[in-house]
Design a protein around this ligand. Structure first.
Ligand code: FMN
Length: 201
């Protein structure tokens, strides 16, 4: 069974991303097509990007990067659980993406977003542009949660029927892409050769 990581992108103390991500992981498990793991970025405590080498080289010097690389490399597909900060993804999520390269290649990615009137969708649009640079395949089926506070009760996420219905549609499409991309992802290069500067010439 393919492995799906549900990545909680906010690391802010008191974040609603954790209960929303917990619900998304439960919904993914109910779908039944994936082995599901909830991956909380806060557990990885990544500093602002501090590797001396371009991630394309795969030459990591810090333990936090090696640990993050091993975790991301395990997955066949991803769901990013993202808030919207100033119409963009939170820096914690962008930073975590930037840390790595080959670990992301050829993976499909879905989005669970939340916010006010725009339900975090502006952050998702920015993320879609970012992830295609890493040859990930963002899918349009998504769970977009508007005015999220109405769905939080006693620290738990209590979705509306519409949100509950959106989740299995996203996981079904994500599974189709996971199957289609499996060979490319399995044979992805561990590091880019030649390096960026030579390739650009
Ligand atoms: C720096 C910052 C910028 C924000 N900008 C937006 C925004 O552009 N759109 C929006 O819907 N909510 C915005 N919010 C409100 C967030 O939706 C809300 O704080 C939410 O709880 C953030 O998710 P988190 O708790 O998982 O970190 C912003 C919050 C912060 C802290």
């Amino acid at each position: 069974m393919p492995k799906l990581h549900i990545i909680v992108g906010s690391t802010r103390p008191g974040r609603v991303g954790l209960p929303i991500g917990t619900w998304a992981a439960e919904a993914a498990a109910q779908h039944g097509g994936f082995e599901v793991e909830l991956v909380d970025l806060a557990d990885f405590a990544l500093p602002v990007f501090d590797e001396p080498n371009h991630p394309r080289t795969g030459k990591y010097v810090h333990d936090h990067t090696i640990r993050w690389s091993a975790k991301v490399g395990e997955a066949d597909a991803f769901v990013f659980v993202t808030p919207e900060y100033n119409y963009a993804p939170p820096p914690s999520l962008v930073n975590a993406i930037d840390y790595l390269h080959s670990e992301w290649l050829y993976a499909p990615v879905g989005f669970v977003s939340y916010g006010g009137v725009a339900a975090g969708t502006r952050a998702v649009q920015v993320l879609k542009q970012l992830v295609t640079t890493l040859k990930m395949v963002p899918i349009p089926e998504a769970v977009a949660i508007p005015f999220f506070a109405q769905f939080i009760e006693d620290g738990q996420f209590q979705p509306s029927p519409e949100l509950e219905q959106a989740a299995p549609l996203m996981f079904a499409e994500l599974l189709r892409w996971t199957t289609a991309l499996a060979e490319l992802r399995a044979n992805r290069p561990a590091a880019a050769v030649p390096p960026v500067s030579a390739a650009a010439k």
